[in-house]
Design a protein around this ligand. Structure first.
Ligand code: CUA
Length: 229
């Protein structure tokens, strides 16, 4: 999760988020190089000694500063496309979770396991325990196994919501009448927090998402406990 003074991306907990961070750093590096070069050029204009005041054309420099930016853009475009298709790839998921956005809470269904279903509401500030995170913790967490491919199906019952977890690199809109799909792989245990990120109404800020990533045997135990009850 994000903590105080964290202005960058959150620590990644999935291979896809790792790739997204690599791409962000790559694009930022190119951006910095361009900014420094253009900044230097603009600064040097202040000290122009007018030695080239009879210069009317320069075919070579025109060629260079047309083609070079195009090539630089390709260096961003190709990794971007690679990532775009990588994010959409589904690799034989072992668990499927369906999440439905409502005004203003999420509900979940484990369709593989006798359709275990529950609602997940934010814990209001006045009911928060000392170890809880304000505006971020929920009453019923999603429990998912780590080190396995997980498919997420996202939809909504009323208006558009967005199921977003920054540390996993997941952001999918839940749209009424449509079923969107994505997948991820959590590579460590822990709690992963997310929030709705489509402006869905008055309590848009108060429908967080919490994933409890656990080892597979714990997940099986959790599933069988819920099947019995
Ligand atoms: Cu649901 Cu914003």
């Amino acid at each position: 999760m994000s903590t105080w003074a964290n202005l960058g991306l959150q620590d990644s907990a999935s291979p896809l988020m790792e790739q997204l961070i690599f791409f962000h750093d790559h694009a930022l590096l190119i951006l910095v190089m361009i900014t420094v070069l253009v900044g230097y050029l603009m600064f040097m204009l202040f000290f122009n000694s007018y030695v080239n005041r009879f210069l009317l054309h320069g075919q070579l420099i025109e060629m260079i500063w047309t083609i070079l930016p195009a090539v630089i853009l390709l260096f961003i475009a190709f990794p971007s496309l690679r990532l775009l298709y990588l994010l959409d790839e589904i690799n034989e998921p072992s668990v499927t979770l369906k999440s439905i956005g409502h005004q203003w809470y999420w509900s979940y269904e484990y369709s593989d396991f006798n359709n275990i279903e529950f609602d997940s509401y934010m814990i209001p500030t006045n009911e928060l325990t000392t170890d809880g995170f304000r505006l971020l913790d929920v009453d019923n967490r999603i429990v998912l196994p780590m080190n396995s491919q997980i498919r997420i199906l996202v939809t909504a019952a009323d208006v558009i919501h967005s199921w977003t977890i920054p540390s996993l690199g997941v952001k999918v809109d839940g749209t009424p009448g449509r079923l969107n799909q994505t997948n991820f792989f959590i590579n460590r245990p822990g709690l992963f927090y997310g929030q709705c990120s489509e402006i869905c109404g008055a309590n848009h800020s108060f429908m967080p998402i919490v994933i409890e990533s656990v080892p597979t045997n714990y997940f099986i135990k959790w599933i069988s406990n819920n099947l019995n009850s």
